[in-house]
Design a protein around this ligand. Sequence first.
Ligand SMILES: [Zn+2]
Length: 299
Amino acid sequence: MNYVILDMEWDSAYHKLHKRFVNQILQIGAVKLDEKFNLIDIFDVTIKSPISKRVSRRFTELTGITKEMMLDGISLSDAVEKYNNWLGSDTVTITWSNSDLYTIAENEKYLLDGQRFKIDKYLDLQVFIQGELRLLGHEIKSQISLGGAAELLGITTDNYDLHTAKDDSLLCAALLKKHYNEAAFGKLIRDTADPDFYKQLYFKPYYISSINDDRIQKETHVFHCEKCEGKLRRNNKWKYHNNWFSANFICPDCGKKYVCRVSYRQTYDKLVVRRRIMEPKVKTQEVGDDAVQPVSATV
Ligand SMILES: [Zn+2]
């Protein structure tokens, strides 16, 4: 089995026929690695836009690819054919975050005539490296950039021309070689032939906005007193705001008041429940609310 780390640079351009902007791929860079992550081969092509005679200034600033370089490139169709032949069989395709997969799908839909990028097995390197960083004790909240991850892992990026497809791929390879962990890595390899793969890719997570939703288990919005551990009684109806349900609670045993919040985020394969228990802010209005709100038994 070989590994190919794929990186692409794309620029948005208006597609007159489809009357929409398309993230057209203008550069494909990839490195092929053997099972021990030694470099076997490099793929690097620049592509002539099928829909535009220019590139955005931001794109040139970021990637170093000028209008002249783009116009001098090969066609997208030729690039994909060349890439697919180069990829070979029994290969795991690796990208830094799955955003490249969305762009590939967009290019297949709007710029290619039935032609597809060959991706058999797939792994999201960003997910893997973020997992390794967490194991090392780093707190990773949002998606980390490739350069940011390299810095945290002590890999110098001085010798890489970041945001060029080839060098981004080479940097990915350096990260992988240094921090490979067989068990965690193997678990993340996905088969794109599995019907769930693309279903999951296009699934948009969302928050549940009705507390009576069948997927919500009632014990997830039961709270206990932090002082005496008694089961709290809810004093008003759940309010839904900014993805969170919140309500006022009181402990029937010790009389302590709380504001409790809970949110339910539906992802492709699970319902993520988050809970908060807080003391009410000392505000005359809130005390007033408590006083006038009837005790509600409805869930
Ligand atoms: Zn209590």
